[in-house]
Design a protein around this ligand. Structure first.
Ligand code: FNR
Length: 353
């Protein structure tokens, strides 16, 4: 089978994963309106090509929080990579290191953080945090990963409760005990509902916890899940260093806007004061270009990484990333952008399709 676009990896994963695992990965909340719009919203944006600009040298490199990455696509946090490949997160981390991009490791990793880092010691890694009800566990986790060389803390703000995922409910989906949340020492019994109801996540988390987090870590803090100008303003007034515009891949509150549609509101509120990133529905190189043109500094991939992992572990993730890198490079060539700094809003127009 030839893999010529990200959708080919998706088809492979669908055919090869157990049905309930596939539906867990692919699923969105309720009617999946937001999950699907994350993708379809890009198709309504048109590009304005520019020519005769000497495109013999094109540089895709950029930086996030001061660290260089080879192109503006990184890996979003997703839990339980061992559902897709035996050594799960270790393979993902190796692929990210080989590609010189950032891997955001989930709180709910199915490999120990030490093993993930040992497999890819030189990779750029950020940690995603779900604040645990037991704050001592949260503090220990943060201090552990900081000592392991994690460079930023990505606080997921959109999960005070778990989204209502109908297929998981129908399948009574539960995580194998082996994949329990190794790093936070909250044992999950086989068939337990405790993770699906995210009972260990502290739903009392609020803006005042940013100061608490700052008191226990030197890592810059990035808020993942901001979708409105009001919360973007609050993020800035609480001195965080970045915002990741995300709707959790449409897995939390259904019918919130597609992330590419929410991006402009957040970017306009932020006014360049901190870095703004985006995830959700990135499937082609032109999607990446459009997100950057509208103000994202970098985008993150969720499900496509899991499809690559299912196909061939580290090699599969690399193939996914390489394919997207080539597509992105080509889209820069066609729009006359020789470097990331030349990507601007003039490249896009919105059609009324
Ligand atoms: C996620 N996501 C997620 N987010 C997070 O902050 N912590 C997590 O542990 C997880 N786990 C997770 C598992 C699975 C299977 C999926 C599909 C997603 C959300 C993820 O970080 C990201 O926001 C979306 O996946 C981005 O959308 P795409 O690229 O999947 O369309």
């Amino acid at each position: 089978m030839a893999f010529v676009c990200l959708a080919d990896f998706q088809a492979f994963a669908k055919d090869n994963l157990p049905k309930s695992t596939w539906e867990f990965i692919e699923g969105g909340a309720d009617e999946c309106i937001t999950r699907d719009e994350n993708i379809s919203a890009y198709k309504k944006i048109r590009l304005r090509p520019r020519f005769l600009r000497d495109m013999s040298v094109v540089d895709t490199k950029t930086t996030i929080q001061g660290s260089e990455i080879s192109f503006p696509v990184c890996i979003a946090p997703t839990g339980f990579h061992c559902l897709c490949w035996p050594d799960g997160e270790q393979s993902t981390a190796k692929a990210a290191e080989a590609m010189n991009i950032c891997y955001v490791t989930s709180t709910y990793s199915s490999c120990f953080y030490d093993d993930i880092v040992a497999g890819a010691p030189n990779g750029l890694r950020w940690i995603q945090l779900y604040v645990q009800r037991d704050r001592k566990i949260t503090k220990k986790l943060i201090q552990k990963v900081e000592s392991l060389g994690y460079k930023a803390l990505v606080l997921t703000v959109d999960t005070p409760a778990l989204g209502n995922r109908l297929q998981d409910n129908r399948n009574r989906f539960s995580f194998p005990a082996l994949l329990s949340t190794k790093n936070i020492h909250v044992p999950i019994e086989e068939n337990s509902e405790s993770l699906l109801s995210v009972s260990s996540i502290d739903s009392s988390t609020s803006w005042k916890d940013i100061a608490w987090l700052k008191s226990i870590t030197q890592m810059p803090i990035i808020l993942k899940g901001i979708l409105t100008r009001e919360d973007a303003e609050l993020a800035i007034s609480h001195n965080v260093q970045g915002i990741l515009v995300s709707n959790h891949g449409g897995r939390q509150l259904d019918t919130v806007p597609a992330t590419i549609d929410a991006l402009t509101e957040v970017v306009n509120a932020v006014q360049g004061r901190i870095e703004v990133y985006l995830d959700g529905g990135i499937r082609t190189g032109t999607d990446v270009l459009k997100a950057l043109a509208l103000g994202a500094r970098c985008v993150f991939l969720g499900r496509p990484i899991l499809w690559g992992l299912t196909y061939k572990g580290e090699e599969g993730v690399r193939q996914v990333l390489n394919l997207l890198k080539k597509e992105f490079y080509r889209s820069m060539v066609f729009t006359g952008c020789r470097s990331i700094s030349e990507i601007s809003q003039d490249l896009v127009q919105f059609s009324k399709l």
